[in-house]
Design a protein around this ligand. Structure first.
Ligand code: NI
Length: 184
């Protein structure tokens, strides 16, 4: 079941989510709904507070791999990188911010079993940090130096589409994957 995604201004997005005490059937149903909602959006990640459930749980979809993290904790951070980021709860915008380059996370899976993600990097590392932030009521816009740097997605998409059209007109091949990154 696809659930509605809350947008910035809703107080559930700003609260500290509670730990999941037991991964039971109702939690597994929530996980399935969140995966379906994330894919339909589409997004690279979705945290339970984004669908109005204040629990420490998130799902990620990076490189066609679904990851479920219940009660996740970042146990190691390495380096720092500047990245562009968006969020399904802040529709129509993206911004530039700093994140750790690599992270290790401990969590439980969809069966309540403990597991670790060691030295995640790239988009996976970024999405893990973004989703775990949601569980503490933080949005990526809080991590930006200034909201003056917040950009609207549509004009960027249009600019990229125009540039791609110009390259096509010039006889160049254009990679259709050159789209704006999906939000989380
Ligand atoms: Ni988000």
């Amino acid at each position: 079941m696809i659930r509605p995604i809350l947008v910035v201004g809703n107080p559930v997005l700003r609260g500290k989510a509670r730990r999941v005490s037991q991964v039971d059937r109702s939690i597994q149903k929530l996980i399935d709904d969140m995966i379906e909602t994330m894919k339909q959006a589409p997004g690279v990640g979705l945290a339970a507070p984004q669908v109005g459930v204040p629990l420490r749980l998130a799902v990620l979809d990076v490189d066609d791999q679904i990851t479920v993290i219940v009660n996740p904790e970042i146990i190691k951070k390495i380096g720092e990188v500047e990245l562009d980021e968006g969020c399904l709860s802040v529709p129509g915008f993206w911004g530039r911010l700093n994140r750790a380059e690599r992270v290790s996370v401990k969590a439980q899976d969809r069966n309540g079993k403990d597991f670790r993600i060691r030295d995640a990097e790239g988009l996976f590392a970024q999405a893990l940090q973004h989703e775990i932030d949601h569980l503490d009521g933080h949005l990526y816009i809080d991590r930006m130096e200034t909201l003056d740097k917040l950009q609207r997605s549509e004009p960027v998409r249009k600019r990229e589409a125009d540039a791609a059209a110009a390259r096509r007109a010039a006889g160049e091949t254009v990679d259709e994957e050159e789209e704006a990154e999906e939000p989380a």
